[in-house]
Design a binder for this molecule. Sequence first.
Ligand code: ZN
Length: 413
Amino acid sequence: MTNWPAVSIPRTDLSLPSLRIKTTSGTFNSVLSEKPFRMYVCGITPYDATHLGHAATYLTFDLINRYLQLAGQKVDFVENITDIDDPLFERAKRDNQSWEELGDSQIALFESDMAALRVLPPKDYVAVTNAMSSIIFAIEKLVADGFTYELSGSIYFRIAQYLPHLTIRVDDAVRIFAERGGDPAAPGKENRLDPIVWVGNKDDEPGWSSKMGFGRPGWHVECSVIALENLIGKDYLQGGNQGPFAIDLQGGGSDLIFPHHFMTAAIAQALTGIEFASAYVHAGMVGLDGKKMSKSKGNLVLVSTLIKAGNDPMVIRHALLSEGYSADRMWLEETLLTSQARVARIRSALARIEVAPTEKVIQEIAANIADNLDTPKGLQTLDNWAIKTESGEIGGSVGELSRFIDAALGLAL
Ligand code: ZN
């Protein structure tokens, strides 16, 4: 897959505090390692790109990526594109458009939005359609190893042995599973929560040949395979995987906690024999008018629309970083207006020759980010510096500060 243009991170020689992030089950503390940090982030299904909820999610992992790299850690970052998925086909059918055309147009839009927002591109940006032979091979192995069963021409993964890892009540899981694409009520399933890994060909949907017949993969297994193949290597199926975990971090929006990340992890574990991710980090949802932003509710605010209307992408980035990443939040028009004023103020301070001291400001912003990505506090620290500069304090280095906020916050001001 083509990738969006690389963004260079200005070099700094700072010694940064360890990054501490809340995960679904505890806390992640970064430790510098010779080995690359392996981060997999679930990408878009290309039919409603790129709304502010997407943007907020990808900025969250961009902050982690930037911070670790600034601290001297090599990061292998992989992201997928779910271009084989029910919602994409349904949308294409409804709009009387080919799913390929719809997908391509939305992927192009997503890439240009990510580039405008200065999100560092992944090492591997993999569309499911480009990973099909690997995905099919992996599903065939699951079948051969007895992890699956056939039902009405489709193949289901047996989830029962992984259910002790479930952190929610089974009844809640069944309800959420149904809401998010699962089929708990399908007659004949061994367990209501078994996810589909191979969908027997339906109607005029796209399909591929495999030992399971003509069909297409289910959603969860796509991510398991793309993550493993690109972060461990093509021989991940050969055994001998070094545990305890296959990858360091899996990320996405909080709507992916269950079932997607749960199922992805279970399937990956069946494929490798080791646990999948050491840490799971999730970004909160962005809503509008009191409701979650989604195409079905017709309340999407798209990054491309905001940019087309003349908004500076750095102001959009600032606005998204001005609230914490993990809690659900509402997008308000004032959010953007406030950020416009704040960015203008910082820019005008950065344009001065004499500025307030910067060394401690840089350390403080780094500490803010290291503290569970507390960008609201980091941006407040920056405002305080601008105010001091306006009041005539001197002794700082504009170059060092602007390089640092570009590198760590992705704000090129
Ligand atoms: Zn995924």
